[in-house]
Design a binder for this molecule. Structure first.
Ligand code: PLP
Length: 237
């Protein structure tokens, strides 16, 4: 097995354990492999190991990978900050956008979604970390943006996405995820079709599963540490 394949086996095992601990079925939880900075070979290895969903943060970096792997039937999730001049490319190449936080971007994505493709799946990003740098609407702005998306026929509202603060404090992480679950359940009372609560990354996916996540976005636990993150010690590649 490649490193990537064995990492996937390990991560899936941990997802199953964490789910069973809270009496949830692992099949309720979709794993999105975050493949930013990774090449086609590594993504292919992950697809060979059974993964179907991949997340990318940068449009220019993602397009050649999406095109090279077009025959593999993968689902591509845009999880980076959205810039207005990138919406056409996102609408054309991706299956999902998880980082919607402005009505203006929703309208552009709706107009630019090609006719020959299904409606673009959308999660509204909610700011639950308190760090504005990460983007996301404030929790009290979710309803208004959701109403706007529901009026756009080329977008399919699927749910909410959020990122907890990068901290080792599990209580604080769980508090953020509980806040997102609360917003999701409130929205779901009016919009029954919502099925996606995207929260949990390599460092906090076990907490996210306990708090009700239905989708995890995991990069480094599958592909290893990213090269552009700050060097930690001399022994790491
Ligand atoms: C990079 C990224 C991830 C994955 O982070 P890891 O810690 O490598 O698992 C998840 N979500 C978003 C929005 C990201 O930008």
């Amino acid at each position: 097995m490649t490193d990537v394949a064995s990492n996937i086996v390990n991560v899936q095992g941990e997802i199953s354990r964490a789910a069973r601990d809270v009496h949830r079925h692992p099949r309720e939880i979709t794993l999105v492999a975050v493949s930013k900075t990774r090449g086609v070979t590594e993504i292919s290895a992950a697809a060979d190991a059974g993964l179907r969903h991949f997340g990318e943060n940068y449009l220019q970096e993602a397009i050649p990978k999406i095109e090279a792997l077009a025959e593999r039937g993968l689902q591509w999730h845009y999880i980076g900050r959205i810039q207005s001049n990138k919406t056409a490319g996102i609408a054309r190449h991706f299956d999902w956008v998880q980082t919607l936080d402005r009505e203006k971007h929703a309208r552009r994505l709706n107009e630019q979604r090609p006719e020959n493709r299904r409606p673009l799946n959308v999660c509204i990003q909610v700011n639950i970390s308190g760090e504005t740098r990460k983007g996301g609407v404030e929790p009290d702005g979710v309803t208004q943006l959701a109403q706007a998306v529901l009026g756009l026929p080329r977008l399919q509202l699927r749910g909410l996405m959020g990122m907890a603060a990068a901290t080792g404090d599990e209580t604080r992480i769980a508090h953020s995820f509980d806040q997102l679950l609360g917003a999701f359940m409130e929205l779901q009372r009016n919009v029954r079709s919502l099925d996606t609560l995207s929260m949990g990354m390599s460092g906090d996916f076990r907490v996210a599963i306990r708090c009700g996540a239905s989708m995890l976005r995991i990069g480094s636990a599958i592909f290893g540490e990213r090269a552009y993150s700050a060097p930690r010690n001399d022994h790491e590649g």
